[in-house]
Ligand binder design. Structure first.
Ligand code: AQP
Length: 350
């Protein structure tokens, strides 16, 4: 049975990239799947250890999940540090994964910068904890933005190595299932996770530079739309967004080599659940002076009810905390079962 897992770090204001790359997909996947959505607070201390108001940040991500339409009763919403089995499985995965695998991660290289020796060990091991987040629930499907693709490939490598290294013990404990990896039959304990990256805006780009990812750490606030921005701010940012002087093409092919145009059309498509081709069938041949106001209207229509509901939820911290506590208890019960089986597979005495 598919199990959807994904997480968002409590590291500052959520932006449109986080919403379209992740949270909007989380909402859509609820109808047909068992879903676990996590505020990954253990991840948030990898790049920067000390955070002002970390509790408030954690609550604001939970509020964004719920305000966007995630149902914390039918599914599970919780914060990672409430379930110690994430860190426990991550330790085991640190012993499965190879240092060379971690050194190749582009996010590590970007975030560590030039002074790599001085990055935290946690930042290097980030993908190992991410693999544990998913696999402690034996999660199968992971909706994320395109920037997380490499980490999910690594999660598959970790699962595969664990399955192969412990194949005899997995059989002996009767905890595995036969799966196909490509054409290869494997007796596996951990499933091969499937990234869910597709859609018209898998990587939302900066509004100031169509070749850079929209990100929280960009010093220019004009580069991103924050989920807490009001209608006037959204309008100003889209009006000021960088574009080229050409009219929009009538087919998606025509967006090649026009990163800013492609980004804005992708955002419009994702916000309206349409394809880029479909959006261009309406706006092809029109200038940005016509398209941008339509994008402002759409963005404000979609985002402002979410912003209002987030504000309302964040005023009632006891309610958010109760949701997270309840989600944490339900998640922990599942994670404990996995860790007991993993301990038996490895051969720990318990
Ligand atoms: N620009 C983006 N386009 C599409 N998806 C994105 N995501 C992030 N940025 C974009 C997706 O959002 C989810 C949560 O991400 P995270 O909590 O790991 O945050 P992040 O990637 O660290 O966010 P930023 O803004 O990119 O932070 P900095 O500035 O620190 O690099 C993930 O599914 C991610 O793919």
């Amino acid at each position: 049975k598919p199990l959807v897992f994904s997480g968002v770090q409590p590291t500052g204001n959520l932006h449109l990239g986080n919403y379209l790359g992740a949270i909007r997909k989380f909402v859509a996947l609820q109808a047909d799947n068992d879903c676990i959505y996590c505020v990954v607070d253990l991840h948030s201390i990898t790049a920067q250890l000390v955070h002002e108001d970390l509790k408030g940040q954690i609550r604001s991500i939970a509020a964004a999940f719920i305000a966007s339409g995630i149902d914390p009763e039918k599914h599970i919403v919780f914060n990672q540090s409430a379930v110690p089995q994430h860190a426990e499985l991550a330790w085991i995965f640190n012993c499965v994964a190879r240092i060379g695998w971690m050194n190749r991660m582009t996010q590590f290289k970007d975030k560590a910068g030039k002074d790599r020796e001085n990055a935290s060990l946690g930042l290097l091991a980030y993908p190992s904890l991410m693999a544990a987040d998913i696999l402690v629930y034996r999660g199968t499907h992971v909706p994320v933005g395109d920037d997380q693709k490499q980490h999910l490939e690594l999660a598959r490598d970790i699962a595969m190595k664990f399955n192969l290294d412990f194949r005899d013990n997995i059989r002996a404990t009767g905890t595995g299932v036969d799966i196909l990896v490509g054409d290869e039959p494997v007796h596996a304990y951990f499933p091969m996770v499937e990234p869910m990256i597709e859609g018209p805006a898998p990587r939302v780009m900066s509004l100031r530079d169509g070749t850079k990812k929209m990100s929280k750490s960009d010093p220019s606030d004009l580069s991103r739309i924050n989920l807490m921005d009001d209608a006037e701010t959204i309008s100003k940012k889209i009006r000021k967004a960088k574009t080229d002087p050409e009219a929009l093409p009538s087919e998606a092919e025509g967006l090649k080599g026009r990163p800013e145009a492609e980004n804005l059309v992708g955002i419009y498509a994702a916000l309206s659940d349409r394809s880029k081709a479909d959006v261009l069938s309406e706006f092809g041949g029109q200038q940005f002076s016509t398209f941008k106001p339509a994008l402002v209207d759409l963005a404000v229509t979609v985002l402002s009810p979410i912003t209002a509901e987030m504000r309302r939820l964040m005023d009632d911290t006891a309610h958010i905390d109760a949701i997270l506590r309840n989600g944490g208890e339900r998640a922990r019960a599942r994670a404990e079962k996995t860790m007991a089986e993993v301990s038996d597979i490895i051969g720990f005495l318990r």
